[in-house]
Every structure is written in structure tokens, then in C-alpha cells.
Design a protein around this ligand. Sequence first.
Ligand code: TA6
Length: 285
Amino acid sequence: MIRTLWNGIAATRLQSADGASALIADHGAHLLSWIPAGGAETLFLSGHTRFGENDAIRGGVPIIFPQFGERGNGVRHGFARTCGWRLDFAGTKEEQTLARYVLTDTDTKNLAWPHRYRLTYEVAIGGQQLQLRLTVQNPSDTTWQFNAALHTYLRVQDIAAVSVDGLRKVSYIDQVRNGDRAVQADAPLCFGGEVDRIYVGTPDTVQLRDVGRMITSDQLGFPDTVVWNPGAQKAALLSDLTPGAHASFVCMEAAAVELGIALAPGESWRGEQILTLHGDEAPQR
Ligand code: TA6
């Protein structure tokens, strides 16, 4: 483990014995890079991202908590992605190379969200796998609800050649069509423009096929899956993306969006996203 600086932000670099690596910014406990053993970068990170104190980083894995998008009274996608998290552990534990970050209400005073909470986030790497584990605890004496997501930006070679499978016949909320409900066809999802869908009550495994490789995303605890690509027109309006960058990523998000998760006093919830890289896969359309 090495403590380092990324654009002036304190960060942790992990390196596993088999050569996998990861870089995590303290700001948002934001995973910026994941390189599997013997492989190449798997995450997209915008060359025009902002990295100011109150900015959300564009790319990597933003942690969305306690609200998703505009579904709440607080800041868009919640405050967790713009707070400074505390590094609690980095190193090897039970044969896993991991970093653990913590954020509690005492770290984030004066928020519009008035509850006592404790978030623990673990990033574990090794071989061809990345494990992301978010735990939400309620140490207070009242019940509260939250939404959460791991807003994972996967780097792709060319969006036009990408397909996402595992969501056939699953119902979704179409954010491009005023939140209308629709059902995924009995076919993989392809990208010919803006896609912004909250698949509800999804299977545990989703596959992304790109030129010459496949990534599986397994999720535990998270009931929904969000798939997002802004398409060329919407991307041109996002000033923190370089021109044409929409062709280089797909967000595959393990999420709890449609129904809030309620935590009674003393309760905790855990959600995981596990990404596995499978090389040399012929793209299937
Ligand atoms: O997860 C998809 C989404 O909610 C989209 O609607 C899209 O706007 C994206 O998140 C990015 O949001 P951001 O606040 O990071 O610009």
C-alpha cells in the first residue's frame, strides 16, 4: 500500500502480489483505477473531470448515498461522493489486498440529511477480480431510509460495439422517457444513443461485452441495476467530459433505487458489486 497524491487529493494505491492494482481517492472514497493482474485499465476516468473540494469526480466508481439522482431533498446523488472519507485499513487481510474507508455523521456535519450513520467501504483486488463492499449502519435511535449505488464507469473500446446482457425481460424505469416503465426485450441491450435505465429487481449477474473481452458484474444486496451512457448529444452538454468521451464508457451500477432501504436502530445493510474480467471474448450482438 502506498499513500500518494492524485491531482492534489490524498489517495491510496493498492498492489496485490499477483500484480493487480487499484487507486482510491480519499475524496468520496472514489475508486479511480482498477488494473487486473497482467491486464490494462478497466475503468473510465474523464480527462476533464473536476477535482475540487465540492466536486464529484467523473469516472471511476462514485459512491451514491443517501439519495439517487434527484429522488430526495438533498444534493444530487447524495453527499458521500464529495466527502472526505477516512482510510481505516490498507494492506492484506485473509489473503485479500484491500483498502477500507469509513464515513460517519461526525465527519459530515451540517448536512441537510439529519441522521446518525456509519458507512464502511472496502475495495479488494486480486487476479481478474475487483470486489466493492458498502456497509451502511444505523447507530441512532430512529429508523431512517436511504438509496445507494456504486456508479461504476467501465471503460470500453467503442460504445457502438458494446452489449449488456443478463437483463432480458426485466422491467425498467426509462429516465430518457420521463420515467416511463418498460420491459427489456428478450435480447441484449445495445447502445445507439442515450441510455439511462433503472432495471428493477434484477438478476445477480450482468455481463458487458466489448471488443475482445467480457466483464461480469455480480451484485449482492443491491436489488436494482442502472445502465447509463449519455450518447453524443447529452455528453456534449457535460463540461467535465472530453469531446467524444461517451464512446469510451458504460456505467453498470449496482443500485438500490426504486425502493428505499429502511434501517431500524442498530441495524446494518451490506451491498456488493464484484467485477470479473474475462479476456478474448468475441463480442455477441
Ligand atoms: O446513474 C445514471 C444517472 O443518474 C444519469 O441520469 C446521469 O445523469 C448520471 O447518473 C450522472 O449523474 P451526475 O450527477 O454524475 O452527472
